[in-house]
Design a protein around this ligand. Structure first.
Ligand code: BG6
Length: 479
């Protein structure tokens, strides 16, 4: 719908930006930190772009004060970051590493002293390697006990100062890539194992949220879901059904469990008929219901378009464009269910991600309509090649254009009645893109380094930095 006038953003709107431990911190083996699965996986030949890894990343561990000073200069209201589990518990459980607690405690204090609201993500993919070695990580139900223990330590240590928490970041992605496409650790390609690991991740999520209610009663917590709303290719009923199937299999499968504690029926029946449905034990669904979140965290980058796929049609292609060469992505699907298709109305980035601000409004509306939960946008941004000019500037007008259009879509959604708590861009500084090295950049602050050349790791404010400062100052009125 069109509005003649748009509502303003709420008064205490969280204008934020985000990061994740492995992608910014570096200091991979400093001060008692244990190994994470990414510390190992990224060093296996051929797993990442130009063998890049997070050993140094943006060196945020050592430069966090400088980074927080830049956030303060920008007027940021919220900073979302993740805690490296293995910094707190080097073996995944048991003995606590006090230096790890201290680092995050200092970071939180630094943020608060500048009036920036910390938003903590408990898990952004860097599982302690010890837990993978010991019992297969998410493939065992034991993960729920250990994640809960870790979460409780974090709640006790930081819950007095931190109100907003994200439980799991993009469970659909780290489980899908870890156990289905095999592109993330532990590199498994088996859908049955994927669905079981995913079920166990739901247990971990719900246990942590249950503990949160006890230990941080006044805080707010939710998972961050990577939601790519499904569109039908045409108005042909077969395509409509294909896109509804995609929505159910790729999105409701996660969000229904978070919000309602139930798996969607058609998808569960499909998996049962294929003999790959997860084992659900008595009490699991009750636990899921106890783990109902306060908000849905939304990581939005793009929409995906689907069409009908015959029984002998396109199968699941276990690949994605990590080349940065536009137009190299291929169609993928489930025979008899759906296949992805190009959307002629949308531009794409160099990594073939569609650019669709209206899709963000669609996402916000669908979440609100289906779950009636507030939404916190925990990620949205544009990954592009940025160029440092001779006078130490980065003219990223394409990023400004992207963010502007998405913020406008947020405002339209707010006018539609969506309860939007905040908007965190991805990312504050440039950081390591898991499979795309350091050339695919997202930040407001350029980090002077490349995959193999650390250079001086200098921080340079991009044009978008100055632009976002004015957006925040005007509470989103000036775009
Ligand atoms: C999200 C993740 O999937 O997208 C981030 O939460 C990630 O960690 C971001 O960096 C962008 O993805 P990519 O592949 O472009 O780095």
């Amino acid at each position: 719908m069109f509005h003649e006038e748009l509502k303003p953003f709420p008064e205490h709107f969280l204008w934020g930006s985000a990061s994740a431990a492995y992608q910014v911190e570096g200091a991979w083996d400093s001060d008692g930190k244990g190994l994470s699965v990414w510390d190992i996986y990224a060093k296996l030949p051929g797993t990442t772009f130009k063998d890049s890894n997070g050993d140094v990343a943006a060196d945020h561990y050592n430069r966090y004060k400088e980074d927080v000073a830049l956030m303060a200069e920008m007027g940021l209201k919220a900073y979302r970051f993740s805690i490296a589990w293995a910094r707190i518990l080097p073996e995944g459980r048991g003995k606590v590493n006090e230096a790890g607690i201290r680092f995050y405690s200092d970071l939180i204090d630094e943020l608060l002293s500048k009036g920036i609201e910390p938003v903590i993500t408990l898990y952004h993919w860097d599982l302690p390697q010890a837990l993978l070695d010991e019992y297969g990580g998410f493939e065992s139900r034991r993960i729920a006990d250990d994640f809960d223990e870790y979460a409780r330590i974090c709640f006790r240590s930081f819950g007095d100062r931190v109100r907003y928490w994200v439980s799991l970041n993009e469970q659909n992605i780290f489980i899908g890539f870890g156990y289905m496409t095999g592109m993330h650790p532990p590199g498994v390609k088996d859908k049955k194992r994927m669905l079981q690991a995913n079920h166990n991740a739901f247990l971990a999520n719900a246990r942590a949220i249950r503990s949160f209610r006890e230990l941080v009663p006044n805080g707010k917590i939710g998972p961050s879901f990577a939601y790519s709303p499904a569109y039908p290719r045409t108005s042909k009923p077969e395509d409509i059904l294909a896109s509804e199937d995609a929505e159910e299999i790729l999105s409701h499968w996660w969000m229904d469990v978070y919000a309602w504690g139930t798996y969607p029926k058609a998808a569960m029946d499909l998996y049962r008929s294929q003999g790959i449905a997860p084992e659900v034990l008595p009490g699991d669904l009750e636990l899921f219901r106890e783990g109902k979140p306060d908000f849905m965290g939304l990581n939005y980058y793009q929409t995906t378009t689907y069409e009908a796929n015959p029984l002998d049609g396109v199968g699941e292609k276990l690949e994605m464009n990590t080349t940065g060469e536009k137009g190299t992505s291929k169609s993928t699907g489930i025979p008899g269910v759906y296949r992805t298709s190009a959307n002629d109305y949308l531009e794409r980035t160099n990594w073939d991600w569609t650019i669709d601000p209206e899709g963000l409004r669609v996402a916000l509306r669908r979440i609100t309509g289906r779950y009636n939960l507030p939404v916190l946008i925990t990620e949205n941004g544009l990954g592009e090649y940025d160029k440092l000019t001779g006078d130490d500037k980065v003219h990223d007008d394409y990023r400004i254009g992207y963010l502007k259009a998405h913020i406008l879509a947020c405002r339209e959604a707010v006018t539609d009645g969506v309860e939007l708590l905040g908007y965190c861009t991805w990312s504050f500084t440039d950081l390591l893109s898991w499979l795309n090295g350091y050339q695919k950049r997202y930040g407001f602050v350029y980090i002077n380094r490349e995959e193999t050349d650390l250079k001086d790791l200098r921080r340079v404010r991009k044009d978008s930095f100055h632009w976002y400062r004015r957006v925040i100052e005007s509470n989103g009125e000036e775009l």
